[in-house]
Design a protein around this ligand. Structure first.
Ligand code: NDP
Length: 400
């Protein structure tokens, strides 16, 4: 019997909620709490009578720690699953500390005024979580999340040391719009318009945005252009995986997406610097978000598949070894099952699984951890069971 407080009621939250409700043996009670309560109530209505999980809803401003504390004291959750936005991470962690509630999220904290993806703010909570006897799991989505579990699995079962990791995130889906983002547009555009970077020989190497391009032929999707991006899991994996010489992250983008993005950038629409407009301060990127399609509305329109995984090169018993492990997920299948496209699905399923790992004691350890610091086996098994099966290839085409 366990109680989960789910914060946020957007695209990813929708999947977490559906998956917790499919898994009502573990998640006997959930409370969906977000800024807009009507969105929480909508999920409750949709699932009522279809699940053994008891669902309650609440309104909360997750930037307000006393409000969060009051909600946690009233609901008494065993875990808080944060699927609001990265800006809320530290506030929710503060409330969890005060109420001694385990914590899990899918994206690392970033301050609203600087697009920087670093773990330092959340890692600074380690000692306080240890002392409070509570567990925080950082980044339990797909990437970060499953990619970290894939790394831990490769390290545990196939390598003595891993020297090179390439994380490849391919979205072969088509929603039919000339330009839309698959998850929160503000977070997505901040991520892709930032400089690229990768880690080589223990140091960050910075690139211009989209400077490094490769073409890769993805299983069940086909050939796609992919670009090197900075991504948060590089920072933790470079510390937690033995023998790393280089780690990179690539994401696929279509030409139409990139042309629109360049144009929006050139006219200043992706800026996070506030400007005055008709006597009111507005942030151009937030205004852009308001005019773009809501990612949640892409579900019924998106066709095609995602393919996300990691290619490893390293040594086993003194010999060179390569290994590729990936998941392929079909947008339309996800929509049929939970009413969301595959980007939300591939993030929400691992969030539910991560929470289950904590609630069932498999990943319960006081402190603040990234997913690759735990035993990957029960998580890998759960991926197969809960909708994200993985495929292995021991002779993959490498990325140059
Ligand atoms: P959405 O914008 O669809 O949903 C965010 C939700 O958070 C909304 O319901 C929003 O409320 C709520 N929210 C925002 N601010 C507050 C606040 N102050 N208090 C309470 N609720 C608030 O985002 P997504 O579902 O697409 O993404 C959710 C998270 O998942 C993000 O952090 C994103 O970075 C992460 N993510 C991680 C991935 C991974 O693989 N690791 C991949 C994709 C996303 P309202 O409805 O009122 O706007």
């Amino acid at each position: 019997m366990s109680r989960a407080l789910i914060i946020g009621a957007g695209g990813v939250a929708g999947v977490v909620i559906h998956k917790c409700c499919q898994n009502s043996e573990v998640f006997t009670d959930i409370c969906i709490a977000s800024r807009t309560k009507s969105k929480c109530d909508k999920f409750k209505e949709e699932l009522s009578g279809k699940t053994g999980t008891n669902i309650t809803t609440a309104q909360v401003n997750a930037d307000n720690v006393p409000e969060l504390v009051a909600l946690m004291k009233e609901y008494k959750p065993d875990i808080c699953i944060n699927v609001a936005l990265p800006y809320q991470d530290l506030h929710i962690m503060d409330a969890c500390l005060e109420c001694k509630v385990d914590y899990l999220d899918t994206a690392n904290y970033e301050p609203e005024d600087t697009a920087k993806f670093e773990y330092k703010w959340q890692w600074a909570y380690r000692e306080r979580f240890e002392k409070a006897g509570i567990t925080a799991i950082l980044g339990s989505g797909f990437d970060p999340g499953v990619t970290g579990v894939f790394c831990a699995y490769a390290q545990k079962h196939y390598f003595d040391e891993i020297n090179y990791i390439d994380i490849l995130d391919c979205n072969g889906g088509d929603h039919g719009y000339p330009f839309a983002t698959n998850f929160n547009p503000e977070i997505n555009i901040r991520e892709v318009s930032a400089k690229g970077s990768y880690i080589e020989d223990g140091k960050w190497v910075e690139t211009e945005p989209m400077e490094i391009k490769r073409v890769y032929n993805f299983d069940q999707v086909g050939e796609k252009d992919m670009y090197l991006l900075h991504h948060e899991e590089l920072e933790s994996l470079a510390l937690n995986i033995k023998g790393i010489k280089r780690i990179r992250f690539f994401m696929t983008f279509g030409q139409s997406y990139l042309t629109h993005l360049k144009c929006l950038e050139n006219v200043g629409m992706t800026s996070i610097e506030p400007i005055m407009y008709e006597g009111k301060e507005i942030v151009p990127l937030q205004f852009l978000k308001a005019v773009l399609p809501d990612p949640a509305s892409l579900g019924p329109r998106t066709k095609g598949k995602t393919n996300i995984g990691c290619i490893f090169r390293g040594k086993k018993d003194g010999k060179d070894k390569t290994y590729y492990v990936y998941n392929v997920c079909d947008h339309q299948e996800c929509y049929k099952e939970v009413g969301s496209q595959a980007i939300s699905y591939t993030t929400g399923v691992p969030a539910m699984i991560g929470a289950m790992m904590v609630l069932t004691g498999k990943w319960k350890k006081p402190g603040v951890y990234n997913v690759e610091e735990f035993d990957p086996d029960p998580f890998m098994e759960a991926l197969n069971k809960w909708g994200l099966p993985w495929t292995e290839n021991f002779n993959p085409v490498l990325v140059d």
